[in-house]
Design a protein around this ligand. Structure first.
Ligand SMILES: [Cu+2]
Length: 309
């Protein structure tokens, strides 16, 4: 009888395990499917509630920033742990009850050399990748396209000298006019449209005061200074929408300068640039890229004309 029960429970166990592994395999399959869908989906580079750490990377510069951030983070953790352990050790080992006569030591040459040299070495370890990152961000290597970005009180002015030399202004969408999928104080009427995978040179200037072109998820930040042209570059490695803001206090409507970058497939970019060129000749704003229209059913804000008044 006991044998029969054993065989029965053994069989049940085998069946249970088979069921579990089937469910596990199904779960893995679904996960893989989900991941596939996620990569095919548009990325949204924006802050989110309860977010910790840096925004996700939409391109190579931000990935380099992530790597550098991780290095510095673990160095900070190691130093903090070391100092905390040393403090605890000293408090415990040299407490008054077991150490009634305190030491009168005031110098220790070897120790002093060590606590000078070790921090210098740590700074060198941080400085090398830090400078490498600065120079990586500084210049575009073989850019396919140049976009001029001008900060103005209080909106952005973009020019595409390589794609038909059209220009347009970019203003935030009002809260009451937000379409589905748009973000308050971040979505704009005329986004900066770029082709996915292209190295894009960004040249910044300021018209009136110092502004700053800042898109965290693409790892871009450059001041826009009147009378001066600064260079940087960006690349989006997947389609998506990447938000930023002017991050230089530039006056009373500083908040009114969000940035929206839309990365679209190259053919779509070419079609959009062609359309923008034609519309520019007619005195019209460029209009959104087709994928942005598909994402929101409602027409794009008409804020531009109103904001100019
Ligand atoms: Cu500004």
């Amino acid at each position: 009888m006991r044998k029969a029960i054993g065989a029965l429970s053994g069989g049940a166990l085998m069946r249970g395990m088979a069921r579990f592994s089937a469910a596990f395999a199904l779960g893995l399959g679904l996960l893989a499917l989900g991941a596939g869908a996620a990569t095919a989906q548009e990325m949204v580079g924006a802050p989110h509630n309860w977010g910790l750490g840096l925004q996700a990377a939409g391109g190579p510069i931000k990935e380099a920033i992530h790597n550098f951030n991780e290095l510095v983070f673990w160095i900070i953790v190691a130093i903090t742990v070391l100092v905390a352990v040393l403090i605890c050790l000293v408090v415990w080992k040299f407490r008054a009850s077991v150490n009634p006569n305190p030491s009168k030591t005031s110098h220790n040459t070897m120790l002093e050399i060590a606590w000078t040299v070790v921090p210098v070495l740590i700074l060198v370890v941080i400085a090398i990748p830090s400078f490498r990152l600065i120079y990586y961000q500084d210049r575009a290597v073989d850019p396919e396209l140049t976009i001029n970005v001008q900060g103005r009180q209080w909106y952005w002015h973009y020019a595409y000298p390589d794609s038909g030399n059209f220009t347009f202004d970019s203003y935030p969408v009002r809260t009451e006019e937000l379409a589905q999928g748009q973000i308050r104080n971040l979505s704009v009427d005329n986004p900066l449209v770029i082709p996915v995978g292209a190295n894009i040179r960004i040249l910044t200037t300021g018209q009136d005061v110092i502004h700053s072109f800042f898109v965290p998820s693409l790892g871009v930040q450059r001041y826009t200074i009147p009378g001066r042209t600064l260079e940087t570059w960006l690349r989006a490695d997947r389609p998506g929408v990447f938000y930023g803001q002017c991050n230089q206090i530039c006056g009373v409507n500083h908040w009114f300068m969000p940035i929206e970058v839309r990365a679209v497939p190259r053919e779509e970019f070419n079609a959009w640039a062609e359309q923008a060129k034609t519309r520019f000749a007619q005195g019209l704003p460029p209009g959104p890229p087709p994928s942005a229209l598909a994402a929101s059913a409602e027409p794009v804000s008409t804020l531009l004309a109103e904001a100019r008044r």
